[in-house]
Each structure stands twice: as structure tokens, then as C-alpha cells.
Design a protein around this ligand. Structure first.
Ligand code: KG4
Ligand code: ZN
Length: 317
């Protein structure tokens, strides 16, 4: 079974080719250098760049996978959530290819794709609990079986990735600031007192209060030549990851999963990766930490999700 998958929900143009359960190609063309100039993603520019990039990305993916168009069995694409203009470009290309090749089209949810990135190299066991941490979402999701997604908790305002990017921007770091704060974290000292946001017994998150507390401290220090941005990065990352881990442990205690995984761009964070492993060891749970290439947006995760949908569809026929 050969699947071609397209991901274009934000600022990465990506095409993957999957043969049975094996990824043969996962080409990602990042637009970050263009959006950096504006301090964040400009939706109209992102759509135009997807349109320009798709041809090259498609050709590279097909060449790398050594696949002919007539060998493809399915076309999968990210249908939601994401920037509407960007999603439309991906959908248009997917629909055109599927109709030209006369093969089925599989629409896929981006967040579900992030979760299934973990199933590329590992098998799920159920119940499986996932902490989804991307630029737009922060959720705890429980799967009692394949493709059944129960949202246990979600952010009430900003997503954790968004808070890394916004706090980083206040510190003068380039977009996306998450990886920069993470690099600084390892070098700095935890010297700033920041509040643990929404540290209650619910499974929901809130990051806007933490962002305001950071804005106040950064503003107070604007004329202070000794203000240490590296130490501030360390303090911020410790608090942001601590609250994610507190909620993850609450969900483990309440739902008793057999597997815990992390998903989405922030799962590339070194502290989130090591803390998740530590918590899984403490609770004797199988732990899946996705490969770095599958953390941020990519089409391989969409191909893997589509593969599961096809297996399920075939099973029901
Ligand atoms: O999943 P993703 O690629 O796009 C969305 O679906 O939103 O996530 C992007 C987010 C950005 O906010 C970026 O700053 C964050 O992931 N990110 C990180 C790290 N690498 C990427 N945040 C913290 N530490 C990292 N190492
Ligand atoms: Zn994403």
C-alpha cells in the first residue's frame, strides 16, 4: 500500500511517501527564514510560498522514494486545523492528484497526525495517553483504541509553543523562539521567580498569566544592564515544562494508561523529553518520545495517520 501525504497547515511545506508502514521519503521545506523577518507567520505569505514550493517538494519526495505516480494507492492531506489559505493549497493539490490518478483521498486532522507520529516506529498499546504540545494546541488526549481521541484537558488561552514564542519575542529572540529558549535553558541558572500557571487539580492549562508575569519582569528590567536573558530562559522553561508534567501526572493517576507519549513541536524540547521519560519510569509505563524529525510539522505523521484510517476502513468492509 503506497500513500502520498501532504502537510501544509502552517509554515512547513511537506510531502511524505509511505510504503506499507515504512516512510520512504519525508521532505520538509521550511518557510521560517521568510517569516522570521516579521516575528511570526504571515498567513498570506505562507499560502503563496506553499504554492511555489509544492512542485519541488513533490518531485524530491517521489525521487527519494523511487516511486512512480501510477504506483500510488492513496493521497492523504491535512484538512484541519491550520491557516485556512495554507490548508486550501494542500487540499487543492491533493484533490487534483487523487482525481488525476483516480485514487481515494484521505483528509486528516493535524493534531491526530502529531499523535500518530509516535506510531511510525513504535506500536501503540492502550489506553494510550498523549500530551500534545504544539504552537497552536496544548491538550491531554486519551486513546482507548486506535483513532478514538478523547480530549481530557486543553488550554483555556495560549498554547505552550505560542508562549515560548511570545516570551522569546519579548526577550528579542527570533521566531520561532522555542528552540532558542531550549538552548539557553541548558546554559542558564533558574534565578527568576515565575508563577506556576493554573496549578490546580483540573486537566486544563492556561499560559496567558505566565506570559503576563514574564512581560512584567522583562519590562521592569528594560534599563537593567545586568538582566540575564539566558537565566530568564531557564526560569521560564522550568515553569512551562513543570506545569505540563504536573498535569500529565494528574492524568496518569486518574486514567491509568499503559502508554504515555508526547506530540507536537514542543516535544522537541530537551527538558520535556527527559521529564516525560522520568515520569514514565516512575509510573512503570511504556513511553514514546518521537524522533526529532517527527516532532515539528511533517507529512510523515499524516501518512501514518492515513495508514491507520485505511486499515480501519478495510476492516469495516
Ligand atoms: O507542531 P508545530 O511544528 O506547529 C504547530 O502545529 O503549531 O509546533 C511549533 C512550535 C513552535 O511554537 C516552536 O517554538 C515550538 O514548537 N518548538 C519548541 C522547540 N522546538 C519547537 N518549543 C520549545 N522547545 C523546543 N526545542
Ligand atoms: Zn503542528
Amino acid at each position: 500500500m503506497n500513500i502520498l501525504a501532504i502537510e501544509s497547515s502552517c509554515d512547513e511545506t511537506s510531502i511524505a511517501i509511505m510504503k506499507d508502514q515504512k516512510i520512504l521519503a519525508n521532505i520538509i521545506s521550511s518557510q521560517i527564514d521568510t517569516h522570521k523577518k516579521y516575528g511570526g507567520v504571515i498567513p498570506e505569505i505562507a499560502s503563496r510560498l506553499h504554492f511555489e514550493n509544492f512542485g519541488f517538494v513533490l518531485e524530491e519526495a517521489m525521487t527519494k522514494a523511487n516511486m512512480k505516480y501510477e504506483e500510488l494507492d492513496y493521497i492523504a492531506y491535512t484538512s484541519n486545523p491550520g491557516l485556512i489559505g495554507c490548508l486550501h493549497i494542500g487540499k487543492m493539490i491533493a484533490k487534483t492528484m487523487a482525481s488525476y490518478l483516480n485514487i481515494p483521498l484521505i483528509p486528516c486532522n493535524h493534531i491526530e497526525g502529531h499523535i500518530y507520529a509516535s506510531a511510525i516506529d513504535e506500536e501503540f498499546i492502550f489506553p494510550a495517553l498523549f500530551l500534545v504540545t504544539s504552537g497552536g494546541h496544548t491538550q491531554l488526549v486519551l486513546l482507548k483504541k486506535h483513532l478514538s481521541f478523547e480530549i481530557l484537558g486543553t488550554t483555556l488561552d495560549d498554547a505552550v509553543g505560542e508562549s515560548f514564542d511570545k516570551v522569546g519575542r519579548m526577550l528579542g529572540f527570533a521566531y520561532p523562539a522555542g528552540p532558542i529558549i531550549d538552548k539557553n535553558w541548558a546554559k542558564g541558572k533558574d534565578t527568576f521567580h515565575l508563577p506556576l500557571p493554573k496549578n490546580d487539580k483540573t486537566l486544563d492549562f492556561s499560559f496567558s498569566g505566565l506570559k503576563s508575569a514574564c512581560a512584567n519582569q522583562i519590562d521592569k528590567n528594560k534599563n537593567n544592564p545586568d538582566f540575564n536573558k539566558i537565566d530568564f530562559s531557564t526560569s521560564f522553561q522550568n515553569v512551562a515544562i513543570k506545569i505540563l508534567m504536573n498535569k500529565l501526572e494528574l492524568a496518569i493517576d486518574k486514567y491509568h494508561p499503559n502508554l504515555v507519549g508526547i506530540a507536537g513541536g514542543v516535544s522537541a524540547n530537551s527538558l520535556l523529553r527527559s521529564e516525560t521519560k522520568r515520569i514514565c519510569q516512575k509510573h512503570h509505563l511504556k513511553c514514546i518520545i518521537p524522533k526529532m524529525a517527527y516532532c515539528t510539522d511533517n507529512a510523515a505523521m499524516i501518512a501514518r495517520l492515513a495508514y491507520q484510517k485505511i486499515i480501519e476502513m478495510k476492516g469495516n468492509n
